[in-house]
Design a protein around this ligand. Structure first.
Ligand code: ATP
Length: 234
Protein backbone atom coordinates (compact mmCIF):
# COMPACT_ATOMS: atom_id res chain seq x y z
CA UNK A 1 0.00 0.00 0.00
CA UNK A 2 2.70 2.48 1.09
CA UNK A 3 6.20 1.79 -0.22
CA UNK A 4 9.08 3.99 0.79
CA UNK A 5 12.40 3.40 -0.94
CA UNK A 6 15.70 5.11 -0.16
CA UNK A 7 14.00 8.20 1.17
CA UNK A 8 16.22 11.15 2.12
CA UNK A 9 14.81 14.40 3.44
CA UNK A 10 16.27 17.67 4.70
CA UNK A 11 15.14 21.10 5.79
CA UNK A 12 18.00 22.97 4.17
CA UNK A 13 20.87 21.56 6.22
CA UNK A 14 22.10 17.97 6.35
CA UNK A 15 19.74 15.07 5.69
CA UNK A 16 17.33 14.36 8.55
CA UNK A 17 16.24 11.09 6.89
CA UNK A 18 18.90 8.95 5.20
CA UNK A 19 17.92 6.24 2.77
CA UNK A 20 14.84 5.10 4.68
CA UNK A 21 13.10 2.04 3.24
CA UNK A 22 9.82 1.00 4.82
CA UNK A 23 6.45 -0.38 3.83
CA UNK A 24 2.91 -0.60 5.13
CA UNK A 25 0.67 -3.29 3.68
CA UNK A 26 -3.10 -2.97 3.46
CA UNK A 27 -4.72 -3.67 6.81
CA UNK A 28 -1.50 -3.37 8.83
CA UNK A 29 -0.61 -1.25 11.82
CA UNK A 30 3.09 -0.40 11.59
CA UNK A 31 4.98 1.38 14.38
CA UNK A 32 7.99 3.66 13.97
CA UNK A 33 9.97 3.91 17.18
CA UNK A 34 12.79 6.26 17.93
CA UNK A 35 14.13 8.76 20.40
CA UNK A 36 13.75 12.54 20.15
CA UNK A 37 15.06 13.95 16.85
CA UNK A 38 15.34 10.50 15.22
CA UNK A 39 13.30 11.88 12.33
CA UNK A 40 9.90 10.29 13.04
CA UNK A 41 7.85 13.45 12.51
CA UNK A 42 9.89 14.30 9.44
CA UNK A 43 9.08 10.86 8.00
CA UNK A 44 5.32 11.44 8.32
CA UNK A 45 5.58 15.01 7.06
CA UNK A 46 7.57 13.85 4.04
CA UNK A 47 4.93 11.24 3.18
CA UNK A 48 2.31 14.01 3.33
CA UNK A 49 4.31 16.25 1.02
CA UNK A 50 5.21 18.79 3.72
CA UNK A 51 9.00 18.55 3.44
CA UNK A 52 10.21 20.13 0.23
CA UNK A 53 13.70 18.63 0.08
CA UNK A 54 12.91 14.96 -0.33
CA UNK A 55 14.62 12.41 -2.59
CA UNK A 56 13.87 8.76 -3.19
CA UNK A 57 10.46 7.25 -3.66
CA UNK A 58 7.23 7.19 -1.67
CA UNK A 59 4.42 5.42 -3.48
CA UNK A 60 0.89 5.04 -2.17
CA UNK A 61 -1.14 2.44 -4.04
CA UNK A 62 1.27 2.89 -6.94
CA UNK A 63 1.09 6.72 -7.06
CA UNK A 64 4.38 8.55 -6.48
CA UNK A 65 3.99 11.15 -3.73
CA UNK A 66 7.41 12.81 -3.93
CA UNK A 67 7.03 16.08 -5.81
CA UNK A 68 3.25 16.00 -5.54
CA UNK A 69 1.54 19.09 -4.03
CA UNK A 70 0.65 18.41 -0.38
CA UNK A 71 -2.98 19.48 -0.77
CA UNK A 72 -3.61 16.72 -3.33
CA UNK A 73 -2.41 13.91 -1.04
CA UNK A 74 -5.34 13.48 1.43
CA UNK A 75 -7.73 12.79 -1.44
CA UNK A 76 -5.63 9.75 -2.39
CA UNK A 77 -6.69 8.19 0.92
CA UNK A 78 -4.04 9.40 3.35
CA UNK A 79 -5.04 10.93 6.69
CA UNK A 80 -2.43 12.73 8.81
CA UNK A 81 -2.87 13.33 12.54
CA UNK A 82 -0.08 15.78 13.35
CA UNK A 83 2.09 15.94 16.43
CA UNK A 84 0.49 18.43 18.84
CA UNK A 85 -3.07 17.76 17.57
CA UNK A 86 -3.60 21.17 15.96
CA UNK A 87 -7.34 21.35 16.45
CA UNK A 88 -9.12 24.57 15.47
CA UNK A 89 -9.46 25.95 19.01
CA UNK A 90 -12.29 28.43 18.39
CA UNK A 91 -14.43 25.97 16.50
CA UNK A 92 -16.69 23.37 18.08
CA UNK A 93 -15.83 19.70 18.13
CA UNK A 94 -18.48 19.09 15.47
CA UNK A 95 -17.15 21.82 13.18
CA UNK A 96 -13.60 20.51 13.62
CA UNK A 97 -14.86 17.12 12.42
CA UNK A 98 -16.67 18.67 9.47
CA UNK A 99 -13.46 20.46 8.45
CA UNK A 100 -11.91 17.02 8.01
CA UNK A 101 -14.38 16.30 5.22
CA UNK A 102 -13.95 19.71 3.58
CA UNK A 103 -11.92 18.44 0.61
CA UNK A 104 -13.88 15.22 0.33
CA UNK A 105 -17.36 16.57 -0.32
CA UNK A 106 -19.51 14.36 -2.45
CA UNK A 107 -17.45 11.30 -1.65
CA UNK A 108 -19.92 9.93 0.88
CA UNK A 109 -22.34 10.90 3.54
CA UNK A 110 -20.84 13.37 6.03
CA UNK A 111 -23.47 12.57 8.70
CA UNK A 112 -22.57 8.89 8.47
CA UNK A 113 -18.89 9.67 8.91
CA UNK A 114 -19.64 11.79 11.96
CA UNK A 115 -21.60 8.90 13.47
CA UNK A 116 -18.64 6.60 12.84
CA UNK A 117 -16.35 9.01 14.72
CA UNK A 118 -18.87 9.32 17.57
CA UNK A 119 -19.09 5.52 17.81
CA UNK A 120 -15.30 5.39 18.24
CA UNK A 121 -15.16 8.35 20.61
CA UNK A 122 -18.49 8.72 22.49
CA UNK A 123 -16.96 11.64 24.43
CA UNK A 124 -16.92 13.68 21.23
CA UNK A 125 -20.64 13.17 20.77
CA UNK A 126 -21.24 14.39 24.34
CA UNK A 127 -19.03 17.42 23.71
CA UNK A 128 -19.86 18.13 20.09
CA UNK A 129 -20.87 21.73 20.86
CA UNK A 130 -17.81 22.54 22.98
CA UNK A 131 -14.99 24.71 21.62
CA UNK A 132 -12.16 22.34 20.78
CA UNK A 133 -9.63 24.66 22.46
CA UNK A 134 -11.33 24.12 25.82
CA UNK A 135 -11.20 20.32 25.64
CA UNK A 136 -8.64 18.25 27.56
CA UNK A 137 -5.47 17.05 25.81
CA UNK A 138 -6.91 13.57 25.35
CA UNK A 139 -10.18 14.91 23.97
CA UNK A 140 -8.29 17.15 21.55
CA UNK A 141 -6.35 14.09 20.39
CA UNK A 142 -9.68 12.37 19.75
CA UNK A 143 -10.86 15.40 17.76
CA UNK A 144 -7.65 15.35 15.73
CA UNK A 145 -7.97 11.63 14.96
CA UNK A 146 -11.71 12.00 14.28
CA UNK A 147 -11.06 14.91 11.91
CA UNK A 148 -8.59 12.78 9.92
CA UNK A 149 -11.10 9.91 9.78
CA UNK A 150 -13.67 12.27 8.25
CA UNK A 151 -11.60 12.11 5.05
CA UNK A 152 -12.21 8.33 4.91
CA UNK A 153 -8.49 7.49 4.80
CA UNK A 154 -7.19 4.09 3.72
CA UNK A 155 -4.00 4.83 5.64
CA UNK A 156 -3.80 6.92 8.81
CA UNK A 157 -0.50 8.57 9.78
CA UNK A 158 -0.49 9.08 13.56
CA UNK A 159 2.21 11.27 15.10
CA UNK A 160 2.75 10.64 18.84
CA UNK A 161 -0.92 10.33 19.80
CA UNK A 162 -0.06 9.45 23.40
CA UNK A 163 2.27 12.40 23.98
CA UNK A 164 1.63 14.14 27.31
CA UNK A 165 -1.54 12.18 28.12
CA UNK A 166 -2.52 10.35 31.30
CA UNK A 167 -2.22 6.53 31.19
CA UNK A 168 -6.00 6.01 31.30
CA UNK A 169 -6.46 8.25 28.25
CA UNK A 170 -3.59 6.51 26.50
CA UNK A 171 -5.42 3.20 27.03
CA UNK A 172 -8.57 4.68 25.48
CA UNK A 173 -6.66 5.90 22.44
CA UNK A 174 -4.89 2.59 22.16
CA UNK A 175 -8.26 0.81 22.02
CA UNK A 176 -9.51 3.28 19.41
CA UNK A 177 -6.44 2.78 17.20
CA UNK A 178 -7.07 -0.99 17.33
CA UNK A 179 -10.73 -0.46 16.42
CA UNK A 180 -9.86 1.87 13.52
CA UNK A 181 -7.46 -0.75 12.18
CA UNK A 182 -10.06 -3.49 12.51
CA UNK A 183 -12.38 -1.33 10.38
CA UNK A 184 -9.84 -1.83 7.58
CA UNK A 185 -7.76 1.35 7.90
CA UNK A 186 -4.00 0.78 7.78
CA UNK A 187 -2.05 2.75 10.40
CA UNK A 188 1.50 4.12 10.45
CA UNK A 189 2.06 5.01 14.09
CA UNK A 190 4.99 7.13 15.24
CA UNK A 191 5.58 6.86 18.97
CA UNK A 192 8.12 7.41 21.68
CA UNK A 193 5.86 5.25 23.84
CA UNK A 194 7.21 1.95 22.52
CA UNK A 195 5.09 -0.15 24.86
CA UNK A 196 1.92 1.35 23.43
CA UNK A 197 3.16 1.21 19.86
CA UNK A 198 4.30 -2.40 19.94
CA UNK A 199 1.14 -3.55 21.69
CA UNK A 200 -1.07 -2.28 18.85
CA UNK A 201 1.27 -2.78 15.88
CA UNK A 202 1.77 -5.82 13.70
CA UNK A 203 5.28 -4.75 12.71
CA UNK A 204 7.70 -1.99 13.56
CA UNK A 205 10.80 -0.08 12.52
CA UNK A 206 13.37 1.57 14.76
CA UNK A 207 14.67 4.90 13.50
CA UNK A 208 17.94 6.33 14.83
CA UNK A 209 19.39 9.59 13.55
CA UNK A 210 17.40 9.29 10.33
CA UNK A 211 18.35 5.66 9.60
CA UNK A 212 16.25 2.51 9.98
CA UNK A 213 18.45 0.42 12.28
CA UNK A 214 16.04 -2.43 13.00
CA UNK A 215 12.71 -3.78 11.77
CA UNK A 216 10.59 -6.80 12.42
CA UNK A 217 7.29 -8.03 13.71
CA UNK A 218 6.08 -6.40 16.90
CA UNK A 219 6.64 -9.47 19.06
CA UNK A 220 10.21 -9.88 17.88
CA UNK A 221 10.94 -6.19 18.47
CA UNK A 222 9.43 -6.37 21.97
CA UNK A 223 11.79 -9.25 22.74
CA UNK A 224 14.88 -7.59 21.24
CA UNK A 225 17.46 -6.71 23.91
CA UNK A 226 18.48 -3.40 22.34
CA UNK A 227 14.85 -2.29 21.93
CA UNK A 228 14.01 -3.37 25.48
CA UNK A 229 16.93 -1.40 26.88
CA UNK A 230 16.52 1.72 24.76
CA UNK A 231 12.75 1.99 24.38
CA UNK A 232 10.97 -0.27 26.85
CA UNK A 233 12.91 0.76 29.95
CA UNK A 234 13.84 -2.84 30.74
P1 ATP B 1 10.46 14.40 18.32
O1 ATP B 1 9.84 13.22 18.95
O2 ATP B 1 11.28 15.23 19.24
O3 ATP B 1 9.47 15.21 17.53
P2 ATP B 1 11.33 13.19 15.87
O4 ATP B 1 11.93 11.84 15.85
O5 ATP B 1 9.90 13.31 15.43
O6 ATP B 1 11.53 13.82 17.29
P3 ATP B 1 11.89 15.25 13.94
O7 ATP B 1 10.90 16.19 14.57
O8 ATP B 1 11.55 14.62 12.65
O9 ATP B 1 12.25 14.09 14.97
O10 ATP B 1 13.28 16.01 13.83
C1 ATP B 1 14.43 15.42 13.23
C2 ATP B 1 15.49 16.48 13.04
O11 ATP B 1 15.04 17.45 12.10
C3 ATP B 1 15.82 17.25 14.32
O12 ATP B 1 17.22 17.42 14.39
C4 ATP B 1 15.11 18.58 14.14
O13 ATP B 1 15.79 19.61 14.78
C5 ATP B 1 15.12 18.76 12.64
N1 ATP B 1 13.93 19.51 12.19
C6 ATP B 1 12.64 19.14 12.38
N2 ATP B 1 11.79 20.05 11.85
C7 ATP B 1 12.57 21.03 11.32
C8 ATP B 1 12.30 22.25 10.61
N3 ATP B 1 11.05 22.64 10.33
N4 ATP B 1 13.36 22.98 10.21
C9 ATP B 1 14.64 22.59 10.46
N5 ATP B 1 14.97 21.44 11.11
C10 ATP B 1 13.95 20.67 11.53
Amino acid sequence: MLEIRNLCAAYGGPDVLSSVTLEVKAGETVAVLGANTAGKTTLLRTISGLVARARGSVTFEGTELIGRPAHTIPALGLGHVPEGRHVFPRMTTLDNLKMGAFFHRGAGDIAQRIQRVFALFPRLEERQGQMAGSMSGGEQQMVSIGRALMGNPKLLLLDEPSHGLAPIVVDELHAAIGAINRQGVAVLLVEQNAVLALSVAHRGYVLEAGHVVLSGDAQALSADHGVRRAYLGV
